[in-house]
Design a protein around this ligand. Structure first.
Ligand SMILES: Cc1cc2nc3c(=O)[nH]c(=O)nc-3n(C[C@H](O)[C@H](O)[C@H](O)COP(=O)(O)OP(=O)(O)OC[C@H]3O[C@@H](n4cnc5c(N)ncnc54)[C@H](O)[C@@H]3O)c2cc1C
Length: 479
């Protein structure tokens, strides 16, 4: 009986893994394989912080497989060449995988499918990483949705109840395993290397922790999610995003378990449904990327090609990256990102708006920075969200709506808990000035031990002038 290669990319889990389960159910020997193909991803090869995450996740997956008498066959290089070599080395007769949706992932899977089929090797793609496949949902005129609300109205009906698969109880092994590279030869150390320590203090990658976090979220957090999701100073969201990027947890599992939790506890239902709507945004962003593969590079609204975005290096942008803009909520967010590889969604919106509207920098520069620093860097979510903030995406926030970082801070971080954690030099300021130290009277600053320009920066821009500049730039996109 010939073996089946199961390509694990995009679904680094045992639970609800349709490709793995189908292979195991066939009764044939199964070889779980992970190939690191940085070349095909091009500009979007795994980013700095995400490298650390991926490495830890692969270590965990390998351990889980070994506990079941199987293992992860690891290789790096050109996927098609490696699959060809593995088919020969292991006399395998089939290749199974779960669908990928990024432009490079799709191209790769199509090429593999053609090559395998031409060689008489069975090649099957399964659906396991979205709530709905992109082909399953279109507008009345047969076009892809570009506006979230109607998409979500229809999506909820189509999704209905989901029945995720349990992990296989047995993974039949081949008589001989092909050679596997050691994980530390993959070159997945984070860049810069010292990132590993602070990020490891906050995160534990892998399927086991993902499933535990889902349970914890549904038991302890979900009932208050609708209100707390916008408050960066509390643990009020699922923090499942990094586990979803490469499928350490199945979105279908999250959906099914969340609905069961809402049934069991009607008081949590409101919060849980607000949470499921966010998972809807994930599907929506992936569908956009599927239908508009140019999304990471070009504005979806063509008139924004005329927008005078700025590019290049600059002190002001460096101050944004390092969290030294003089606007506390932005600085707290950018420092949270640097120190933990993650930033709260509300603050992502405020910090991104500041870059693209107040500083007029290209949204792609922001997206690139996030790509390198986020442990949840995801091509669909990142580019759709940056385009949303920049006003040039599908269903985007209107460009003229420019977040005021002081008002946003006062509204969502009322007592400055988030600022006090990530911008400790401001910790002694009273609530009234924690979001605007530049307006604090001299005696208040003195009492808090702060000299502006020395202990904490003065604002890098005059927001009144930058707002006018942004609106003038917007006028260039019209007509
Ligand atoms: C400028 C910008 C860049 C972003 N880049 C990314 C990115 O690279 N990767 C990423 O996963 N998310 C990105 N987001 C979306 C969002 O900020 C994160 O998904 C969220 O903060 C993750 O935290 P959580 O898991 O606790 O979210 P929860 O609030 O618990 O939401 C549950 C899940 O829903 C999905 N989700 C939530 N909000 C969004 C959204 N706005 N768009 C798409 N999916 C969403 C995520 O998969 C998330 O894990 C970005 C948002 C902005 C404004």
């Amino acid at each position: 009986m010939s073996s089946i290669l199961v390509l694990m990319a995009g679904a680094l889990r045992l639970d609800d893994n349709p490709a793995l389960l189908a292979a195991c159910k066939s009764g044939r020997p199964v070889l779980p394989v992970f190939i690191l193909d940085q070349e095909i991803a091009g500009t979007w090869a795994v980013g700095g912080a995400r490298r650390w995450w991926l490495l830890q996740s692969l270590i965990e997956l390998d351990e889980r497989l070994k506990a079941m008498g199987s293992m992860l066959v690891i290789r790096s290089g050109n996927t098609c060449d490696i699959v060809g070599a593995l088919l020969r080395e292991s006399a395998a007769g089939a290749v199974y995988m779960n669908r990928l949706y990024s432009p490079s992932g799709r191209k790769l899977q199509e090429t593999l499918h053609e090559t395998c089929t031409a060689a008489g090797v069975e090649c099957r793609r399964f659906s396991g990483n979205l709530l709905l496949e992109p082909e399953q949902i279109v507008t009345k005129t047969g076009k892809p949705y570009e506006v979230f609300s109607p998409f979500w109205r229809q999506a909820k009906e189509l999704i209905g109840t989901l029945y995720p698969y349990d992990a296989p109880s047995d993974i039949p092994s081949p008589p001989v395993w092909p050679e596997s590279s050691s994980l530390d030869t993959l070159g997945l150390e984070p860049k810069p290397a010292y990132w590993a320590k602070p990020i490891a203090k906050v995160w534990q990658p892998g399927e086991t922790t993902a499933l535990e976090r889902l349970d914890y979220f549904l038991d302890e957090i979900a009932s208050g999610y609708a209100g707390a999701r916008d408050v960066p100073g509390v643990d009020g969201t699922s923090r499942l995003s990094p586990y979803l990027v490469d499928g350490e947890i199945s979105v279908r599992r999250i959906w099914a378990q969340s609905l069961a939790a809402a049934d069991a506890n009607p008081l949590a239902s409101n919060g849980i449904h607000a949470f499921l709507r966010e998972l809807g945004w994930r599907d929506f962003s992936t569908h956009l990327l599927f239908h508009f593969p140019e999304m990471p590079e070009r504005p979806l609204k063509a008139n924004f090609n005329r927008f005078p975005w700025q590019h290049g290096e600059g002190d002001v942008v460096t101050s944004w990256q390092k969290g030294k803009t003089g606007f506390p909520i932005i600085d707290a967010g950018m420092r949270q990102l640097w120190q933990t590889g993650w930033m709260h969604n509300r603050v992502r919106m405020i910090a991104a708006s500041f870059l693209v509207k107040d500083l007029l920098w290209h949204w792609r520069d922001g997206a690139n920075w996030f790509w390198d620093t986020l442990v949840d860097a995801d091509l669909a979510n990142n580019s759709a969200s940056w385009q949303w903030v920049a006003g040039c995406g599908a269903d985007a926030a209107p460009y003229f709506r420019i977040f005021n970082p002081v008002l946003q801070g006062e509204k969502f971080d009322k007592h400055g808990a988030y600022i006090r954690e990530f911008v400790p030099e401001l910790a002694a300021l009273p609530d009234a000035y924690i979001h605007k130290p530049f307006e604090a009277p001299r005696e208040v600053l003195e009492a808090a031990g702060i000299t502006l320009g020395k202990d904490y920066p003065v604002p890098v821009i005059d927001r009144k002038a930058s707002r006018e500049r942004a609106l003038a730039a917007l006028a260039r996109t019209k007509g």
